[in-house]
Design a protein around this ligand. Sequence first.
Ligand code: NAD
Ligand code: HSE
Ligand code: NA
Length: 430
Amino acid sequence: MTPIRVAVLGAGVVGTQVIRLLREQGEELSARVGAPLELVGVAVRRPHQHPDIPAELLTTDAAALVAREDVDVVIEVIGGIDPTKDLLLTALRRGAAVVTANKALLAEEGPALYEAADAAGADLYFEAAVAGAIPLIRPIRESLAGDRISRIMGIVNGTTNFILSAMTADGSSYELALKEATRLGYAEADPTADVDGFDAAAKAAILASIGFHTRVGAADVYREGMADVTAADISAAAELGCVVKLLAICERVNTGTGDAVSARVHPVMLPRAHPLAGVDGAYNAVYVEAESAGRLMFYGPGAGGAPTASAVLGDLVAVARNKISGGRGPRESAYAALPVQPMGEVPSRYHISLDVDDKAGVLAAVATAFAEAGVSISTVRQEGREAEATLVVVTHSAPDAALSATVSRLSELDSVHRVTSVMRVMGDVA
Ligand SMILES: NC(=O)c1ccc[n+]([C@@H]2O[C@H](COP(=O)([O-])OP(=O)(O)OC[C@H]3O[C@@H](n4cnc5c(N)ncnc54)[C@H](O)[C@@H]3O)[C@@H](O)[C@H]2O)c1
Ligand SMILES: N[C@@H](CCO)C(=O)O
Ligand code: NA
């Protein structure tokens, strides 16, 4: 049987594991495909750093590797937009199947890649790009293709979940936890992509696009990372019976004038009883709500070399099977062409902690700031400390713009010394 020839671009945390598994389990994988899988080249930057990979496979010329007519499948685990975009376009244009773990590239340049794939009848698979090992892309693109998805929400970044879990569990410092997440291979090459929410936003863009059959790019996703989450926020959450999680939330909404899509990434205070509150470390968990299926939850390792390689190899087997059968996997499905709802219109609930003067009229001034912005208060708690008091306010749901306007007004009041913590809350908090 003619072999399926595979090239791997990048041999870092994920690539090393992909190559190891391909070499260790090649026979088994070939049996599943129904044809031999042959690794024919690995593009790296510094060949001397890869003594475990046979020297004859190594090349520093990724462009020449993807252009080789005898390469049937290109696996891209380099990351970033440049040079990966050009490399994958070259591969797709000559009909090679592409398997990629690169969410940044898909969220920025997905349409260009799909277009090239369609023009050549080539496959574009990316299970590893969202939530690592967890089967999520295929369930959404294929298993749920007969349903109407209304919401996709969850923890999709392992690094920030690892850091927040460590800060919550034992008061670990942000810096130490980030260092450990990097050592364990969870973080992006530039970890600001994780902590500032870019990685989760790229994943949200991909999930919203495939879930709602529309195009949502990285720039359409409202993004707040976790870099500003402090120990004070985490203790404020604990006092409320909550934990802080960085969530990606994608919803199909009716704005009154028609359907739209909302995609956002920001920290949230979640009640401890919420199923996502117990998802710790580099684990990810994603809820998908669909009209007929109801609520589905996907849970598992969201980052790390071997778990991510598992998703890459699953895609490799799928595209290799398609090559043999002459079939194709799913194409882009963006017929719904939904507009993106601005964040200011998204209904939110806020938790706000303030240090204020402990004197007559202060509570009234604070309440007026909320009332003037049309924001209704759900609970207020006050703790006195000599001349100062801490006020903890939890609001009812209001448009996000009204809530952020209220926080600005509060900061300007003379009786408010400091706004110590502001965070969106989800679920029932007392
Ligand atoms: N690490 C994870 O847990 C994880 C999980 C899911 C997805 N991903 C994604 O997988 C991709 C790779 O991640 P990683 O953690 O393995 O990154 P990494 O930085 O460990 O590896 C990338 C490798 O690519 C090499 N490289 C860079 N430019 C190259 C070029 N022009 N030619 C050949 N090699 C080149 C680098 O030298 C590096 O060894 C990224 O898109 C990342 O977002 C990573
Ligand atoms: N840096 C990413 C890798 C998995 O996509 C994370 O921490 O989730
Ligand atoms: Na996945």
